[in-house]
Design a protein around this ligand. Structure first.
Ligand code: FAD
Length: 456
């Protein structure tokens, strides 16, 4: 008896329901398919490919320690799985359920192809979420559109137990693999890109739960303090299990751990929205807005935003962090998204696309729905809030440390004066002439926003 375990965004050995189900007294082919359709859809950004390469190497190493190995193929996912099934004479395939429209179509095609040949596909829930999409629903709807009641039910949901990695994995002979990719072969990577793989992910968790999570409630918005977990790429690639994380954080307990678990619920929340409304990846979810400035008219502003040259230091610092690390602090994501969609009045899809080009944690559910939230087309109950970049900067970077870290042109300025360089005069102003003037006047941006939303 042979099973194929198809890894997708669950690149780990600990707490892995498909592997656990398949590994039970059977031989297993641990398989990853580099799906050419993902590349064709433009989703294969260099930063994520590099992180993926780390994850696959680490997964292979973990399997080898247990007597197995990873089989890698590339091509059409359904074709490649079917080929491996035939080569190994496997009778079943186990994989994690996923939420996007693309993933659903792929699962459907795979199921049909396998069943036509007398084989079975087993989909497993709670591999990439703590609570499965659709497991909790409000009366009269297939999903929650508001987070607070979702979170109440999510918190009351019993979690399955988390389990360890298998002791051994037996892989049948005769199934060939391509060579594993390496990040060294890739170009265009962010210089400060994090390392991928379950081994580093698990070390991070241990360190975070020992020292870090306790201060999370107070410090998660602190831009210079950088006091969040940075688990997002690991959750995206599944080197960490959400179920296991929730269990371990709850065991630590306290306000920090509670606040952290709440953020994990936000992740599940967006996934259950996308699972039920798959067009929300591209279409306005709740409120339709179609008076965005055209990309052509706004092209200079969009470029300045992408390059971190808007003249608003905190916006520029966050955009430069994104380019340098392939990651951005959540507060930075909020205020740069507000700036693009509300102050510059540019369609959220333009910003979401740029984020997906660079973010190592770039994730259709989290990225698109957070963009919609900030743009006022999504699930935010205050869709017309506009984040003022100067107020935000003074609140979340009071001494200007974060701005000076990312904007060398402003490194010579002291204290919070760094947030409003346009107010400087004389020699002070001359010293920073490499830094641009603001590309937009905030009151004018606000007036344009109100006109477009019919609120003046
Ligand atoms: P922590 O604060 O330590 O939180 C722990 C985990 O909770 C995160 O790793 C993440 O999985 C989850 N989480 C935290 N905040 C959110 C949130 N608002 N929504 C959903 N899940 C959350 N997150 C992504 O994983 N991928 C994206 O592509 C992405 N795009 C975003 C785009 C915008 C415009 C905004 C405003 C937010 C986006 N987020 C995205 C959510 C959030 O900013 C990141 O998850 C978070 O900054 C990652 O850092 P962390 O792991 O240190 O988070």
């Amino acid at each position: 008896n042979v099973s194929v375990v198809l890894f997708t965004s669950d690149l780990r050995l600990h707490d892995h329901p498909p592997l656990r189900a398949a590994n039970d007294a059977r031989e297993v082919v641990p398989l990853f398919v580099r799906d050419t359709a993902v590349d064709a859809a433009g989703f294969a950004a260099p930063n994520r490919l590099a992180f993926l390469a780390d994850c696959l190497r680490d997964l292979d190493a973990g399997l080898r320690e247990r007597g197995g190995r990873l089989v890698l193929r590339s091509g059409d996912l359904v074709d490649e799985v079917c080929k491996v099934v035939a080569e190994a004479d496997a009778d079943e395939v186990h994989m994690a359920a996923d939420v996007s429209a693309f993933a659903h179509r792929r699962e459907h095609r795979l199921r049909q192809a396998l069943e036509a040949d007398g084989r079975r596909l087993h989909l497993h829930d709670t591999v990439t979420t703590a609570v499965a999409p659709g497991a909790v629903t409000p009366a009269g709807s297939d999903h929650f559109a508001v987070f607070t009641p979702y979170f109440r039910q999510w918190s009351a949901q019993p979690l399955r137990e988390a389990f360890g990695a298998p002791r051994s994995v037996r892989v049948p002979d005769g199934v060939g693999s391509e060579r594993l990719p390496s990040r060294d072969a890739l170009s265009g990577l962010s210089e400060g890109l994090a390392e991928g793989g379950e081994t580093v992910a698990r070390k991070r968790v241990t360190a975070w739960l020992r020292a870090g999570v306790q201060a999370y409630e107070d410090r998660h918005d602190d831009l210079p303090g950088d006091a969040t977990s940075r688990f997002s790429p690991h959750l995206h690639f599944g080197t960490l299990s959400p179920v296991e994380l929730v269990h371990r954080a709850r065991k630590v307990g306290g306000p920090g751990a509670d606040a952290f678990v709440r953020q994990l619920a936000w992740r599940d929340f967006h996934r259950q929205v996308l699972a039920a409304r798959q067009d929300a990846a591209t279409a306005d979810y709740r409120t339709k807005h179609d008076r965005w400035r055209s990309e052509r008219t706004a092209s200079a502003d969009i470029e300045a935003w992408k390059e971190g040259r808007t003249g608003y230091p905190v916006v520029d610092a966050a955009m430069r962090q994104l380019r340098y690390e392939g990651w951005m602090h959540n507060r930075g994501r909020l205020l740069t998204a507000s700036f693009l969609t509300k102050t510059l009045y540019v369609d959220w899809r333009v910003g979401a696309r740029h984020f997906l080009d660079l973010l190592v944690d770039g994730d259709v559910a989290n990225n698109q729905l957070n963009w919609q939230w900030m743009a006022g087309t999504g699930t935010d109950s205050r869709p017309n809030r506009v984040l003022n970049p100067v107020t935000q900067a003074k609140r979340y970077d009071p001494d200007g440390v974060y701005v000076r870290r990312w904007i060398p042109e402003l490194a010579g300025l002291s204290g919070p004066s760094v947030h409003e360089p346009w107010k400087l005069r004389g020699l002070d102003r001359a010293a920073i002439d490499a830094y641009p003037d603001p590309i937009v006047d905030l009151p004018e941006g606000l007036a344009r926003f109100k006109r477009a939303r019919g609120r003046d």
